[in-house]
Write a protein that binds this ligand. Structure first.
Ligand SMILES: *[C@@H]1O[C@H](CO)[C@@H](O)[C@H](O)[C@H]1NC(C)=O
Length: 383
């Protein structure tokens, strides 16, 4: 890992001022044609916009005014789990997030991989940002299938899931990743110094200028977990997850927050799971929550059930269930103003930001009020 020195950061500010002036002039013209093909994505959702008008959050949030360039001061980092072969998608994602946000804030990037990053990867990534970047290898046991997992049973689980036609059904690396993102990333030595993180993945896209610091927003408004997209999980990947969650809740009622978001997870008071989850490839959140006693106990309980390997438990339902149960519901935050796409879904803010040149997606063009979305359930928590 290498952290750039403070003197470099001062010099960088002047450079970034000039760069951002140029970017303001050219970025819209340059980027706009790239995304025009996206506009066809959503026409099928237009009707549903009328059926489910947006419910603006009743409590008026504090949003800080834009800060001077290079002045991100939150205890925060951008986290990127990637393989060497992901490099093109990594560079593309970095470009979007640097252009739309980080070129002005200069938050450090942390890259994690199950093996060493290549020199090519490291130097290409460093070219894409003037912020500090560090590269880490994931400890073996935090990534690979534990020895105590019954490989015969795991193999049988993968075979059945493949027969059922489920995406990543027979992938062990995908399961390693889900388990790592559920229980280990925030323990990595390179992430220890930080409280807040913004999760980034290859080939994602940010549509809108982020004109305030989302990390400051979380801190100033006492939020813990922020998301942009929410929909139903594929039940066949988590057949026994909710039963285990219920067992955990019975064992540890002390961890369940009084004003929790059970209404988002369940339509019958917790009897069954409605499969709603926050799509965790985007997360802006507080790692101290994942490091808390409640979450640590929860993850260890789930891990020893083996469902990350015998089934295909995703980090999205695991994170979402924990956040919805162990946090008061008003510590969850829907980042409505952050336009985001990860294939095949996206979220585009409502309002006239598109017209004013702040966004490259069409207002409201996304999953929010489509039939498979769980955003209405989230909003109902507050009404
Ligand atoms: C940042 O947050 C981490 C985790 O909460 C904490 O250990 C560390 O002391 C914080 N650093 C600063 C400078 O506040």
């Amino acid at each position: 890992m290498a952290i750039l020195s403070p003197s470099f950061l001062v010099g960088r500010k002047r450079y970034v001022v000039a760069l951002s002036l140029l970017a303001t002039v050219f970025s819209i013209r340059l980027l706009f044609p790239t995304f025009s093909s996206r506009f066809t994505f959503s026409s099928s959702f237009d009707q549903s916009l009328e059926l489910y008008p947006p419910n603006p959050n009743s409590n008026s949030p504090k949003i800080n005014p834009p800060r001077p360039i290079g002045s991100g001061t939150a205890n925060a980092t951008l986290v990127f789990l990637a393989r060497n072969s992901d490099l093109p998608g990594v560079l593309s994602s970095m470009k979007h997030l640097e252009d739309k946000f980080n070129k002005e804030y200069g938050y450090p990037w942390v890259f994690l991989n199950e093996e060493e990053f290549t020199e090519e990867f490291v130097s290409a990534v460093r070219e894409r940002t003037s912020a500090p970047v560090s590269f880490g290898v994931i400890p073996h046991d935090d990534w690979f299938q534990p020895d105590w997992v019954d490989e015969e049973r795991a193999n049988e689980g993968r075979r059945k899931m493949k027969e059922a036609g489920i995406i990543y059904a027979d992938s062990v690396p995908y399961r390693n990743m889900c388990r790592f993102n559920s229980g280990f990333f925030f323990k990595h030595p390179l992430l220890q110094p930080y409280k807040y993180y913004w999760r980034v993945e290859p080939d994602i896209n940010y549509f809108c200028d982020v004109t305030y610091d989302p990390f400051d927003y979380l801190r100033d408004n006492k939020k813990t977990y922020g998301f942009t997209i929410s929909f139903y999980e594929w039940e066949k990947t988590i057949p026994t997850l909710w039963g285990n969650v219920k067992e955990f809740m019975a064992l540890h009622p002390e961890y369940i927050a009084p004003e929790n978001a059970m209404g988002y997870l369940s339509d019958n008071g917790g009897e069954s799971y409605n499969l709603c989850h926050f799509w965790s490839n985007f997360e802006i959140a507080d790692m101290d929550f994942w490091r808390s006693e409640a979450y640590t106990t929860f993850f260890e309980f789930l891990d020893q059930k083996g469902g990350f390997y015998y089934e295909r438990w995703g980090d999205a339902p695991v994170h979402s269930i924990a956040a919805a149960l162990f946090l008061p519901k008003d510590q969850l935050h829907f980042f409505r103003d952050i336009g985001y796409r990860h294939e095949p879904f996206q979220h585009c803010p409502r309002g006239d930001d598109w017209v004013r040149g702040k966004c490259e997606c069409r207002s409201g063009d996304g999953l929010d009020y489509a039939p498979q979305s769980c955003i209405p359930r989230y909003e109902r928590l507050f009404h």
